[in-house]
Design a protein around this ligand. Sequence first.
Ligand code: GDP
Ligand code: MG
Length: 141
Amino acid sequence: MAIERTLSIIKPDAVAKNVIGKIYSRFETNGLKIVAAQMRQLSQAEAEGFYAVHRERPFFKDLVSFMTSGPVMIQVLEGEGAILKNRELMGATDPKKAAPGTIRADFAESIDANAVHGSDAPETAAVEIAYFFPTLAIHSR
Ligand code: GDP
Ligand code: MG
């Protein structure tokens, strides 16, 4: 499988729970390297732009308000099949349906406060990485 990059966000609920390190540890023990990272609080415009594909969905307003409610930790993960690997580690969108041992099963509370974001395909990964990181900020290893 090819080496890929994917965009990961540790959402405000998981940052508030103080589990950034535990989530990073799952990436690292599963062959995903953190090659860029930044912690900050998103503006409403940034969150709306990031989730633009969902703007017609009924939960869009709640999603933007949740994503701007506190600091997030944004990272680029690199590794073999990183996009799918990260989605497997994350588990299903609804933590009640997420497989045991996944990040969402272990750290998420609800479908809105669900601990992590991960790109879902090569095209979205490229767009999402470019949204938060200029090429120079990525340290491929
Ligand atoms: P993901 O790729 O697994 O994060 O899920 P989606 O791309 O489908 O949705 C983006 C985010 O919107 C999810 O992670 C949730 O935080 C939120 N979301 C999705 N579906 C729902 C829903 O039915 N209700 C609410 N409140 N939030 C949702
Ligand atoms: Mg998604």
